[in-house]
Design a protein around this ligand. Structure first.
Ligand code: F3S
Length: 426
């Protein structure tokens, strides 16, 4: 790998042992990929504060410096963590104090996370605590190189914002935060950002449920490559693109897609493919739409619903408003809980707008920081849950061993109010 003078200085310890360890990790990472250079990043979204049994043991024996060294730098040395070199934010992590008594989640983990927030906050990590940093002020500009984790955020940054990031891991993001560097491969390079698969949409796609299902289909077709979505599409909004990307990164490993006329690197279909020949399309019509819906509902058999989960990826303010409107003047069925996950920074907006009061009057909860899949916690005794998120419907049954129903926000609210699933594809 060719290093600049500044990178050599960091590698050789001019900025301390932690930065040297970070450079060592990045060089090993780049060499493994036969990558010849690093690129400058000034926007890192990683995870440092998430509690885990391993982290708890490391903190008990060597403090937070030790935990960062081992988990975020892949280094066994005793080092002191300096201030982050570039703007860095914490993504979603475990549940916080607002979940106490509501979520069956160990108090010890909440305390550990609070300690971590204080430690990393002092070193310049902004505790956004959400899988949607782009909803709460972290919006990289087009062409900006980033080092982000969290598949649903990575695909949004690449596709909707036109920023450039691979899906980083805990250690590479940690190393990027101390150096402002990341190996320049994959999505960082112009020549790797063109479309590879064409999806021809021949059925109406409107609303975030439909965008989620289309994303689930596109991920199945494109795998880890780049689908281009064409057809007679209504213009998606933030929630639609958020659900499309999260689903495409769930059924496949998509990190970048294009929608001609919508996403910034695809003004036209031809541009989406970089001038290369347009491939034969995979058709998404009424039959394919029904098949995706059936797949996402294949893990539900009992109609009784104990738990409704909204806000995966974390809800936008508009989604909170819509949930409040659907719940206004209604009460949850006894024995059914409803959680709506959102960035904690948006909770204040929901409070001031009166949405929180409406949802809580109905018996529902707004929760920040985490989600059941991330923290492996749902209401006590949950056997069947319902959600409007293709990603959560895909993962949560495997993580918690529960049944899932997938439908619209309105279907989910109906299940919360009646305690039974009545959803169907319309
Ligand atoms: Fe976010 Fe959890 Fe979904 S971290 S994307 S709400 S699985």
């Amino acid at each position: 790998m060719i290093l600049t003078d500044d990178e050599k200085r960091m590698r050789d310890g001019a900025e301390g042992a932690a930065v040297a360890a970070a450079m060592d990790l990045l060089i090993r990472y780049g060499d493994a990929l036969a990558c010849d250079r690093l690129c400058d990043v000034r926007n890192v979204a990683g995870t440092m504060t998430q509690p885990s049994p391993v982290k708890e043991r490391l903190v008990a024996h060597g403090g937070w410096d030790k935990a960062f060294a081992v988990i975020n730098l892949d280094c066994d040395d005793d080092i002191e963590v300096p201030a982050m070199r570039v703007p860095t934010c914490q993504l979603q992590h475990g549940f916080g104090a607002d979940a106490k008594g509501i979520v069956p989640y160990p108090q010890r983990k909440i305390e550990l996370q609070q300690q971590a927030e204080a430690f990393y906050g002092r070193r310049g990590v902004t505790i956004l605590a959400t899988c949607t940093p782009y909803q709460v002020g972290n919006i990289p500009v087009r062409g900006e190189h980033c080092a982000w984790m969290e598949s649903s955020a990575v695909i949004y940054a690449n596709s909707v914002l036109g920023a450039r990031t691979n899906c980083e891991g805990t250690a590479s993001a940690g190393a990027a935060s101390l150096t402002g560097k990341i190996p320049c491969w994959g999505n960082h390079r112009e020549e790797n950002r063109h479309g590879t698969h064409l999806i021809d949409v021949r059925t109406p796609v409107d609303g975030f449920l439909d965008w989620g299902m289309l994303g689930y289909f596109a991920g199945g077709v494109a795998g880890e490559e780049h689908p281009v979505i064409a057809g007679d599409l209504a213009r998606p909004d933030l929630a639609g693109l958020k659900h499309f990307g999260a689903a495409a990164a769930t059924s496949g490993g998509v990190e970048l897609y294009h929608i001609p006329g919508v996403t910034p690197e695809a003004p036209t279909l031809e541009a989406a493919f970089g001038g290369a020949r347009t491939p034969e399309p995979a058709v998404y019509g009424p039959a394919e739409r029904q098949a995706v819906y059936d797949t996402l509902n294949s893990q539900g058999s009992r109609p009784d619903v104990d738990f409704v989960l909204l806000g995966c990826p974390h809800a936008s303010v508009d989604q909170v408003r819509r949930a409040a409107a659907a719940l206004d003047g209604r009460r949850l069925s006894p024995g059914t809980e409803l959680w709506l996950m959102l960035p904690r920074a948006l909770r204040d907006v929901a409070d001031r707008s009166g949405y929180t009061a409406i949802i809580e009057r109905a018996g529902g909860r707004l929760l920040g920081d985490s989600c059941p899949a991330m923290s492996r916690a749902a209401p006590e005794g949950t056997r069947v849950f319902a959600t409007d998120s293709a990603k959560q419907a895909h993962y949560l049954p495997a993580i918690l061993g529960i049944e899932a129903w997938f439908g619209t926000l309105e279907d989910c609210v109906d299940a919360a109010v009646t305690g039974r699933w009545h959803g169907s594809l319309r």
